[in-house]
Design a protein around this ligand. Structure first.
Ligand code: MG
Length: 315
């Protein structure tokens, strides 16, 4: 049943990260043709922004090593943004060769994660992104800046807001038109979300330039999303079927499932353009390819497992 709540946006753009953030963190390597079908199914379900793949060095992320074969298979998709992750200028060269129109750079707020994920300090990683962002903008390419570990870090514990604000300011000043604030290990609670968004606004980055990226490790992803919507955020990252574990929190749930998000937004009467039934069917289909069920509660509720056949009577 649709019952709007006061103070929320009327429309939300879902930034679907399943094919990139999801598959990157799955053990199984999915064949290129299956990935292409996955992206097409997501577009059929009404998603208009689907992060397609990553142009990091193939040996870093073998799950996404087929970007050059995958991207051309998506060329028939019109009206769908297909951003790709780009770590450096070499990655940008590859993106330009593929005709990519939107890219994302991935920064860390904490030194520990910058070191582990990028083998650089926070300052060095921002220095690496600066020429990427400048060249992309000169080519008319939109650039999203990811900020990892905005609320907590597995090595450093709670993350001070001032550090997040500083990285956000610098990526925005560099020319990123959208910043995605990531709760990479899923520890945030809604009050933290309000506090961080407020301080980022006060530092000069408007809410219109902000997206949120929550993980459901402690079951807080939707509560945190609602807090962000109350603040005025209208772009929310999610992964179809909850695809992608969290490599830094063993046995934890990973990305917020797109279906769980759509269920809440539909109930609130917020437009997304997404057909929930088609989306959930896509996640069931992909789960079969991966050989494990989707962790999304909404996917499971809409597609209850078939009852086991009764055993044959023995005589
Ligand atoms: Mg994620």
């Amino acid at each position: 049943m649709r019952v709007p709540a006061p103070g929320l946006p009327t429309r939300v753009t879902i930034h679907e990260v399943g094919p990139r953030d999801g598959l990157q963190n799955e053990k199984a390597v999915v064949p290129t043709e299956v990935k292409a079908e996955f992206v097409h199914r997501l577009a059929d379900a009404g998603l208009t922004t689907v992060e397609a793949t990553s142009l990091v060095r193939p040996e870093w992320v073998p799950q996404l090593a087929d970007a050059e074969r995958l991207y051309p298979l998506l060329g028939d998709l019109t009206g769908v943004e297909l951003p790709v992750l780009v770590p450096n200028e070499r990655g940008l060269d590859r993106a330009l060769a593929l005709g990519v129109r939107r890219i994302a750079v991935f920064g860390s707020v904490t030194e520990s994660f910058a070191r582990r994920n990028l083998n650089r300090t926070v300052d060095e990683s921002l220095a690496m992104f600066a020429p990427v962002v400048a060249r992309a903008r000169a080519e008319g390419i939109a650039v999203r800046g990811y900020l990892s570990m905005c609320f907590g870090d597995p090595w450093e514990g709670p993350v001070p807001i001032a550090g997040v604000v500083s990285v956000a300011q610098r990526l925005y000043a560099m020319g990123c038109d959208q910043l995605s604030l990531g709760d990479t290990i899923g520890v945030a609670t809604p009050g933290q979300v309000h506090a961080l968004l407020t301080e980022i606004n006060e530092a000069g980055v408007p809410t219109a330039a902000l997206a949120v990226h929550f993980h459901d490790t402690y079951g807080q992803a939707l509560a945190n999303t609602l807090a962000a919507l109350e603040h005025g955020v209208t772009t929310v990252d999610a992964s179809a079927g909850g695809l992608g574990g969290c490599p830094y929190a063993k046995s934890a749930t990973g990305n917020l499932a797109t279906e769980d998000l759509v269920w809440m937004l539909q109930g609130l009467g917020i437009e997304t353009g997404v057909d929930l039934g088609r989306l959930a069917a896509t996640s069931v289909w992909l789960a079969r390819q991966l050989g494990r069920p989707s962790p999304s509660r909404t996917v499971r509720a809409l597609n209850p497992p078939e009852p086991e056949p009764a055993p044959e009577p023995e005589d």
